[in-house]
Write a protein that binds this ligand. Sequence first.
Ligand code: TLP
Length: 344
Amino acid sequence: MQPVDLRSDTITQPTRSMRQAMADAEVGDDVFGEDPTVNRLEEMAAERLGKEAALFVVSGTMANLVCQLTHCTRGDEMILGDQSHIFWYEQGGSAAMGGIHSRPVPNQPDGRLLLDDMEAAIRPENIHFPRTRLIALENTHNRCNGNPLDGEYMARVGELARRYGLNIHVDGARIFNAAVTLGVEPRALVKPADSVAFCLSKGLAAPVGSLVCGTRDFITQARRVRKVLGGGMRQAGIIAAAGIISLTEMTDRLADDHANARKLAEGLADRKGISIDPEDVKTNIVFFEVTREGMTAEELAGQLDKEGVRVLALGPTRLRAVTHYQVTSRDIDHALRVFENFLG
Ligand code: TLP
């Protein structure tokens, strides 16, 4: 049997129709704006996110960085969650590349930042202080159990940002997971956002690519930033073609991943030496703790790997499993049997 690889939804392989679309893609030089397939993908992305325009970039990390560099100049401050992907996993690129100062605010267990915490973090005008420019949110929130943020919360953040003249960026790497679980279109979740980044190469199964969405002016500036980062691609329609399939064929099926994640969480809750509340699992990300005396997350992940079940150890006792297109309900049954054999 093939390993059941639950390390991340980034491991998804392109579908047959993606490979076909890639082979047949009409292409041109995208730095000249002449790749019809990239142009079509960008139009589709802007429409789905309810923004004027979009920009195709190579990764979620580049999408976030392009947005931060477009919103901020050196010495500006960005309010963001202390558990956010930007803060944890992007090498501090905003500081390294843009001289942007990060102001972390505690993420609540559901991924929100409290309005009061954000408001308290906004700098008044003072010669000693950096200028607060940007609020960055994450939806779904990776390190907070993949929790979705709803439109109502976003509207309240929007009101706060407007009051202080701040911009909002949403790292929506998995915004389609949020939309599917909340039963809305993604545009309903990002109305007050000035920029949104989302990924094609996670649950949506494309091999490469993310999109930045915003106003036409913002995207014009972001296109310049992408170029200086070396991200101007030429016949990128080859990969954009797969992204079009992501948007047309792969969004609704995310509900299956969420059902599999819930099934995994419920099964794990019955295992000895594991602590998890299945109610916390709203999308495709399942965090759990190993509570067996003397066993680390690393050891448990190593043992499971030997039996063909791959998960990530993300802390001394914390592990993560992510469901995706390549994981079936039967794979979850198999994974749960392996957990049971090992833990009882
Ligand atoms: N997340 C990856 C790892 O980097 C942790 C994963 O396996 O979950 N925003 C969010 C919320 C993400 O989860 C990720 C990737 C990114 C941005 C970055 O995307 P890429 O990997 O395309 O640069």
